[in-house]
Design a binder for this molecule. Structure first.
Ligand SMILES: NC(=O)c1ccc[n+]([C@@H]2O[C@H](COP(=O)([O-])OP(=O)(O)OC[C@H]3O[C@@H](n4cnc5c(N)ncnc54)[C@H](O)[C@@H]3O)[C@@H](O)[C@H]2O)c1
Length: 286
C-alpha cells in the first residue's frame, strides 16, 4: 500500500470498539497510524483493544459508554477533542438486532433498535462533524450498515429499516458535508464472525472459544455465499480503513458490500448439485 493509505497524525472515534467489527476497524485504523478513541459499553473490552493499540505504537482513549445515550456520545466526543484537539475519522459501528416477527415485536424493542442503530449515528455525527469542520482538514465518516439495508429482512424488519435509514443518511451527509471535504460512506456486511454473531454479548473477546460451524452449517454458508464462507471482522476492518484513507479520496456517499458476493447474487445460491439456482429443485440452463 502507498502512503496514501496511511492515517499518521489522525484521530479516530469508533463506537462499539471493544469487539467484533468495531474492534477490527479500531485496530486497522491504529495500524494505519491513527490514534483511536474507543467508545464501548463493556469497559474491559475497550481496555483490551487499547492494549493492542498501544502495542501498535498508537494512543488509545478508552471511553466507556452506551451508544443509546446521545449525551454520553456527545461527552465522549468532546473528551476526544479535549485530549487530541482534532478529529479526522468517525466510525458509527455500534448496532444491534434481535430477531422476531414484527407482529410479535414490542414498541420498546422497535425503539431500542432505532436508538442503537440510528439515533447513535445521528448523535455522534452531529457532535463529531463540527470538529472536522472547525479544523478545516476534511474528514471521513464511516457507517456500518448491513446487507439487510437493501433487501427484505423477515424477522428483522425494524433492524433492516434502521440499516436502510443509515444508508439514506450516509448519502445525504455525503452531499451536505462535501463542501468541507468530509467524505461519508457505508459498509454493508453480511454474515461476519464476531462475538455478537457468536452469541457472546458480555464476556471477553476470545476467538479461541468460538464454536466451529457444524459441517451442515458450513455447507449451507458455502451454498448461500458466493465466496463460500462467512466473513471475518478483519475483512470489514480493512475495507473501513480503505474508505477512511485518502486511497478513497474520491469516494463519498458509497455503500460498499463486504459480503462475499451475496448481495450481487440477489438470491442465487449453489444447489446441492453445485449448480447455481434460485431454489433447490429448480433448474436453469445447462
Ligand atoms: N456480525 C455480523 O454478521 C454483522 C452483519 C451485518 C452488520 N453488522 C453490524 O456491524 C456492527 C457491529 O456488529 P458486530 O457483529 O461486530 O457486534 P458485536 O456484538 O460482536 O460487537 C459489538 C461491540 O459493540 C459493543 N456494544 C454493544 N452495544 C453497545 C452500546 N449500546 N454502546 C456501546 N457499545 C456497544 C459490544 O460490547 C461489542 O464490543 C453492528 O452495527 C451490526 O449491526 C454485523
Amino acid at each position: 500500500m502507498t502512503d496514501r493509505g496511511r492515517l499518521d497524525g489522525q484521530v479516530a472515534f469508533v463506537t462499539g470498539a471493544g469487539g467484533g467489527i468495531g474492534r477490527a476497524i479500531a485496530l486497522g485504523l491504529a495500524a494505519a497510524g491513527a490514534d483511536v478513541a474507543l467508545f464501548e459499553i463493556i469497559p474491559e473490552r475497550a481496555r483490551e483493544t487499547a492494549a493492542r493499540i498501544a502495542e501498535l505504537g498508537r494512543q488509545a482513549l478508552v471511553l466507556p459508554g452506551d451508544a443509546m445515550d446521545a449525551e454520553a456520545l456527545r461527552s465522549a466526543i468532546a473528551a476526544t477533542d479535549a485530549r487530541f484537539g482534532r478529529l479526522d475519522v468517525l466510525v458509527n459501528n455500534a448496532g444491534g438486532v434481535s430477531g422476531r416477527p414484527f407482529l410479535e415485536q414490542s414498541e420498546r424493542s422497535w425503539r431500542r433498535h432505532i436508538d442503537i442503530n440510528l439515533v447513535s449515528m445521528l448523535a455522534a455525527t452531529h457532535a463529531a462533524a463540527p470538529i472536522m469542520v472547525r479544523e478545516g482538514r476534511g474528514g471521513a465518516i464511516l457507517n456500518v450498515a448491513s446487507i439487510e439495508a437493501e433487501r427484505a429482512a423477515p424477522n428483522f424488519a425494524v433492524y433492516g429499516a434502521c440499516k436502510a435509514g443509515m444508508v439514506s443518511f450516509t448519502k445525504s451527509m455525503a452531499v451536505e458535508l462535501s463542501g468541507h471535504g468530509i467524505r461519508v460512506n457505508c459498509i454493508a456486511p453480511d454474515h461476519t464472525v464476531t462475538p455478537g454473531n457468536q452469541g457472546n454479548r458480555a464476556g471477553p473477546v476470545d476467538p479461541a472459544s468460538w464454536r466451529k460451524p457444524a459441517p451442515d452449517e458450513a455447507d449451507a454458508m458455502n451454498r448461500l455465499i458466493p465466496l463460500g464462507r462467512e466473513g471475518n471482522d478483519t475483512e470489514c476492518g480493512d475495507v473501513a480503513v480503505f474508505l477512511c484513507s485518502s486511497l478513497a479520496s474520491y469516494v463519498t456517499g458509497a455503500v460498499l458490500p463486504v459480503d462475499g458476493g451475496t448481495s450481487a447474487a440477489g438470491g442465487w445460491v449453489r444447489g446441492r448439485n453445485g449448480k447455481w439456482t434460485l431454489n433447490e429443485g429448480l433448474t436453469f440452463g445447462g
